[in-house]
Design a protein around this ligand. Structure first.
Ligand code: ZN
Length: 282
């Protein structure tokens, strides 16, 4: 009986399933790539991501679409370990029409240099892809304040284009308000940096990470395992920041993606002259 059952599974596997959702995505979005076989990877426009076995069966990988990806038609391919294409799906990347934002920053702030190792530590973190999945949806907002700057905004500093876009969300929050983990994960960075300021970075597993900047105080340590909603630190204005706020961002397989896919926030009302809540353009 068991024998027949196993044969049944084997034939189901050979009639392999492959699924990409959604098939139309905005710049900064994420495509979910599912396959019945976890021994594979997926490729789109030269970027390769791993697929991981899931508790509910099958394998899942998250393909990030960078904010700067050219709108148009692309192919997502399921590939074997030698890079051979097994199956493919046609997807369309749409222009997200990101706005432009000028930030007035002081000369002192504009001259800030990263701490020794800051750039490298953050880059290494963003590219972390670990096997164990801690994240579950939905994610939680880390603070309750409104959104002062959305993802993808093209940044100018004092009128000069920086060539950078905003890699996360800026949320208004009073100084020293608690900041909560958006999902469960392992705390990888708890550091005071010159540019990022007080920084916490969490690996949620299987290529999903989150980062929190400009904090005034920390409430966790490197190596700690946190649950969604755990307080990890407090809002500040450290690093390249001109007023207390929280900058946070989500990285998927090394690429900054739009947190709005997980956490919807209201934009702050623009009636009065809003206080500058510039984060660095990172
Ligand atoms: Zn920011």
């Amino acid at each position: 009986m068991l024998h027949f059952f196993l044969i049944g599974i084997a034939s189901a596997l050979s009639g392999q399933t492959f699924d990409v959702t959604p098939l139309t995505v905005n710049q900064g979005g994420v495509l979910r790539v599912r396959s019945s076989n976890s021994a594979e990877s997926a490729r789109m426009n030269g970027r390769v991501i791993r697929l991981f076995p899931q508790k509910e069966g099958g394998a899942l990988g998250l393909m990030p679409v960078p904010a700067a990806e050219k709108p148009g038609n692309y192919k997502v391919e399921l590939i074997d370990k030698n890079g051979n294409s097994l199956q493919s799906a046609a997807v369309t990347v749409q222009d997200a029409h990101f706005p432009t934002q000028n930030l007035i920053i002081s000369e002192e702030l504009s001259k800030l240099k990263p701490s020794p190792g800051e750039t490298e530590a953050v880059a290494a973190f963003k590219n972390t892809v670990s096997d164990m999945r801690y994240w579950n949806e939905p994610f939680a907002a880390p603070v309750s304040g409104c959104l002062t700057s959305p993802f993808g905004v093209k940044r100018l500093h004092n009128g000069k284009p920086t060539g950078d876009y905003h890699t996360g969300f800026d949320q208004r929050s009073p100084a020293n308000g608690p900041i909560r983990a958006v999902a469960a994960g392992v705390v990888k960075i708890v550091r005071e940096f010159n540019l990022h300021g007080g920084t916490i970075a969490i690996d949620h597993g299987q290529g999903v990470e989150s980062i929190y900047l400009h904090m005034s105080k920390f409430a966790t340590t490197e190596g700690a395992i946190v649950e969604k909603g755990d307080v990890i630190g407090y809002v500040g204005s450290t690093g390249r920041s001109t007023a207390p706020h929280l900058h946070w961002g989500v990285y998927v397989n090394g690429v900054a993606v739009n947190p709005a896919q997980w956490v919807q926030l209201h934009a702050c009302a623009a009636k009065r002259k809003a206080p500058r809540t510039a984060s660095k353009s990172e």
